[in-house]
Design a protein around this ligand. Structure first.
Ligand code: GRF
Length: 203
């Protein structure tokens, strides 16, 4: 399968995905690592690895719609089977999402549907939940709301801070995103009509 990975910053999820593709020899072609920011640290890592890394700066566009249209054209030219958002910090418009319906996947640092949006670790601590986690989900027009493919959980410990939660969660994010990519590469992920996801048994 062909995948495009979209980042905005550090890119540790992108790195975990790319490392799994290489070390497990997954049938995955990473056709682009694309960032909306030229200063994303993940770009340097991708370039050093010989991955096709590119920038489409949202600042160069007058409107969200214009950026979305340019991003869509860029991705259409690459014909990815899946677009994996990995710390990509731009909200994609409904037209964009519809165009790539069922093919955009995101990782979000909460146990959805709890805590959509930003500052999820702060939200979890403020709510007093005892379990926190991360979710890989299909992207729909509603932010952080699409059908869930995989989740991972961690206990909230006494003394946890947003930073300690984020640090403990990150390796879990990497694990479930890589697991999702394996499932996608094996053709096992199916979007059911009712907004749920089925993962078929291993062949
Ligand atoms: C991750 O926590 C991801 O879930 C969130 O932003 C962070 C990105 O980290 N949306 P990285 O760029 O993958 O290292």
């Amino acid at each position: 399968i062909r995948v495009a990975i979209l980042i905005s910053g550090r890119g540790s999820n992108m790195q975990a995905l790319a490392e799994a593709v290489a070390s497990e020899d997954l049938p995955v072609d990473i056709c682009t690592v694309l960032s909306n920011r030229a200063d994303a640290a993940g770009l340097d890592w991708a370039r050093a690895r010989g991955l096709p890394a590119d920038v489409l700066a949202h600042r160069d566009f007058a409107s969200r719609a214009a950026f979305d249209a340019a991003l869509r054209a860029r991705l259409d030219a690459l014909a990815p089977d899946y677009i994996l958002l990995a710390g990509f910090m731009r909200v994609l418009g409904a037209d964009f999402v519809r165009h790539f319906e069922g093919r955009i996947i995101n990782i979000h640092p909460s146990l959805l549907p709890a805590f959509p949006g930003l500052h999820t670790h702060e939200q979890a601590l403020a709510q007093g939940v005892q379990w926190h986690g991360c979710s890989v989900h299909f992207v729909t027009a509603v932010l952080d709301h699409g059908p869930i493919i995989a989740q991972g959980a961690i206990p909230v410990l006494a003394g946890d801070t947003p930073d300690s939660l984020a640090a403990r969660l990150l390796p879990v994010e990497h694990r479930i995103y890589v697991q999702t990519l394996r499932w996608l590469a094996q053709g096992r992920v199916r979007l059911l009509g009712d907004g749920r996801v089925a993962v078929a048994d291993a062949p």
